[in-house]
Design a protein around this ligand. Structure first.
Ligand SMILES: *[C@@H]1O[C@H](CO)[C@@H](O)[C@H](O)[C@H]1NC(C)=O
Ligand SMILES: *[C@@H]1O[C@H](CO)[C@@H](O)[C@H](O)[C@H]1NC(C)=O
Ligand SMILES: *[C@@H]1O[C@H](CO)[C@@H](O)[C@H](O)[C@H]1NC(C)=O
Ligand SMILES: *[C@@H]1O[C@H](CO)[C@@H](O)[C@H](O)[C@H]1NC(C)=O
Ligand SMILES: *[C@@H]1O[C@H](CO)[C@@H](O)[C@H](O)[C@H]1NC(C)=O
Ligand SMILES: *[C@@H]1O[C@H](CO)[C@@H](O)[C@H](O)[C@H]1NC(C)=O
Length: 398
C-alpha cells in the first residue's frame, strides 16, 4: 500500500468489511508459499463464508484462481487473483496477492484503488469500466468509461450519503462507509461490517451498470435492490452544460432557468450535448466592460430545490453560509453556490455540468442570474402577484 505510483487493483466485488482473506489464516485453511493448491482443492475461510479455488467461467477454457460464497449456490465469484493472466490447465502454481477490499485514494502516498469491471460475463480480464472516488474534497463516487470518461456520478459525500443518489427507504447508505481524511488527503469507501445473515455485494457489470444486490436465502436468489445508471438522466452529461435533466419531463433535458439552448437547431433535434448559455448578461459582466448603467439592480440567486449538484466544485469547508454567498456574488465567474448540511460551502466557477432535478432528496442549489431573470419564468399576468409574495411563493433568495 505504500508504493509511490498509482496502483490499480482488479477487484470485481466489494465485500462487506470482515470477509477479508485475513480469515484464511486459521491452521486448517492456510496455504503457505511453499505449498501448492491443486486444481481440485479449495480453501474455506475461517468463518465458513468464502471458498477459494480454481474455476473456469461459463463457456471459457481459461482457468482462474478465485473466491466465491461457500454456501450460496451458483458460485458467484467475488474475487479473482489472476484476472489478466489466466492459467492454462497445466499450470498448477498460483501466487496470492490480496489487498483490502475497498476503493479510494491517498494523495500523499499515491495510492489509488478502483474496482474494475470484467471484460465480459465469462471473461474476468479488466473491462472498460471502473468505479472509484474522485480525488477532490469532498470526494464523489464515479463510474468511468475507458479509465477517465465519467459515465455516472454519485455526487459528493456529505458524511452520511452521496448527495447525487436520492435515498428512499430501501437505503443504500446504511451499507456503505466512506472515511475521509483531509490532512492525509485520502478517502476510502468500504462496506459496513459484514453480517453473515445479510449478504450484500456491489457489482460493476461489463456494461458499466453498477448493482447492489443482496442474497435472499428463502428465495435462493440474488435480488438487485439498487442500480446506476437507472435512467438516461443518470448518464453523465446527457444534457450538456447549464442544463438540467428531469426524468419527470419530456423531453428530459431543459435549460436551467435564465439560460437558453446554445444551438436551438441541435436542441430541437434532441441533441442536448451542446447545453445552454445565459439569456441575459450578468451585471458583473457588464460592469467589467464598463457599460453598466447607474442604478442597475445587481445579480442575485435563484433557489433551485431538490437538485443533483453539478460537477467540478470548489470547496470552502470553513465558510459560513453568508460568507459563501458573498464570495460567489463577488466573483463574476461564480455561477452557483450551495450550503448543504455535512459539507457546507461549495461554489462553481466553471460551467455547471451534470445537473439533475430530483423528485425528492436533492439539495438546494443557488443559481446566479441577472436581476431581470429572477421572475422571468412567470407569465406577465402573474407579475404583480409575484412582486407581492416573492419570497413566500417562489422561493427566491433575496
Ligand atoms: C485431485 O487431483 C489429483 C491429481 O490431479 C488426484 O491425485 C487427487 O486424487 C484429486 N483429489 C480429489 C479429492 O479428487
Ligand atoms: C480510451 O482512452 C484512450 C486514451 O486515454 C484513447 O486513446 C482511446 O481512443 C479511448 N477509447 C475510446 C473508445 O474512447
Ligand atoms: C445481522 O443481521 C440480523 C438480521 O438482519 C440481525 O438480527 C443481527 O443483529 C445482525 N448482526 C449484527 C452483528 O449486526
Ligand atoms: C450534437 O451537437 C454538438 C454540438 O452542439 C455537435 O458537436 C455534435 O456533432 C452533435 N451530435 C449529433 C449526433 O448531431
Ligand atoms: C458597451 O456598449 C456599447 C453600446 O451598447 C457597445 O457598442 C460596446 O461593445 C459595449 N462594450 C463592451 C465591452 O461590451
Ligand atoms: C474568481 O474565481 C476564480 C476561480 O476560482 C479565480 O481564479 C479568480 O481569481 C477569482 N476572482 C476573484 C476576483 O476573486
Amino acid at each position: 500500500m505504500n508504493q509511490k505510483k498509482p496502483r490499480w487493483d482488479f477487484f470485481l466485488f466489494l465485500m462487506l468489511g470482515r470477509m477479508l482473506l485475513a480469515q484464511v489464516s486459521a491452521e486448517s485453511d492456510t496455504l503457505t508459499q511453499s505449498q501448492q493448491l491443486s486444481l481440485n482443492q479449495t480453501l474455506v475461510s475461517a468463518g465458513k463464508i468464502f471458498e477459494l479455488g480454481f474455476f473456469s467461467p461459463r463457456s471459457s477454457r481459461s482457468l482462474y484462481l478465485g473466491m466465491w460464497f461457500k454456501n450460496i449456490p451458483g458460485q458467484r465469484i467475488v474475487w479473482v487473483a489472476n484476472r489478466e493472466d489466466p492459467l492454462q490447465a497445466s499450470d498448477s502454481d498460483a501466487i496470492l496477492k490480496i489487498g483490502g477490499m475497498n476503493i479510494g485514494y491517498n494523495t500523499r502516498s499515491g495510492v489509488k484503488l478502483v474496482l474494475w469491471s470484467w471484460q465480459a460475463e465469462n471473461d474476468p480480464s479488466p473491462g472498460k469500466f471502473t468505479i472509484g472516488l474522485s480525488v477532490e474534497m469532498p470526494p464523489q463516487v464515479f463510474t468511468w468509461n475507458n479509465y477517465s470518461r465519467p459515465y455516472w456520478r454519485g455526487g459528493p459525500w456529505d458524511g452520511g450519503n452521496f448527495l447525487g443518489i436520492p435515498d428512499d427507504e430501501k437505503g443504500y447508505a446504511s451499507d456503505i462507509n466512506v472515511v475521509v481524511n483531509k490532512q492525509q488527503e485520502s478517502a476510502f469507501f468500504s462496506f459496513n461490517n459484514f453480517n453473515v445473515s445479510d449478504v450484500i455485494i456491489m457489482v460493476l457489470k461489463p456494461s458499466g451498470l453498477l448493482n447492489m444486490m443482496e442474497w435472499l436465502e428463502n428465495l435462493n436468489e440474488w435480488h438487485v435492490f439498487w442500480e446506476a445508471p437507472a435512467n438516461p438522466c443518470d448518464v453523465y452529461g446527457t444534457c450538456g452544460p447549464y442544463s438540467v435533466c428531469d426524468m419527470g419531463k419530456s423531453p428530459v433535458c431543459d435549460c436551467l432557468r435564465g439560460f437558453v439552448p446554445k444551438s436551438t437547431d441541435e436542441w430541437i433535434r434532441g441533441n442536448w450535448t451542446g447545453g445552454c448559455v445565459r439569456r441575459t448578461k450578468l451585471l458583473c459582466e457588464i460592469s467589467a466592460s464598463g457599460n453598466a448603467t447607474k442604478g442597475s439592480e445587481s445579480d442575485n440567486f435563484l433557489q433551485l430545490r431538490e437538485m443533483k449538484l453539478p460537477d467540478h466544485y470548489t470547496y470552502f469547508y470553513d465558510y459560513e453560509a453568508q460568507i459563501c454567498k458573498e464570495w460567489c456574488l463577488n466573483n463574476c465567474s461564480c455561477a452557483a453556490y450551495v450550503y448543504p448540511d455535512g459539507i457546507k460551502c461549495m461554489v462553481w466557477t466553471s460551467e455547471l455540468m451534470d445537473v439533475q432535478q430530483f423528485p425528492y432528496d436533492g439539495v438546494d442549489l443557488f443559481l446566479r442570474v441577472a436581476y431581470s431573470e429572477l421572475g422571468i419564468q412567470f407569465p406577465i399576468i402573474f407579475r404583480r402577484l409575484k412582486l407581492i409574495s416573492v419570497d413566500l411563493s417562489f422561493g427566491f433568495e433575496l
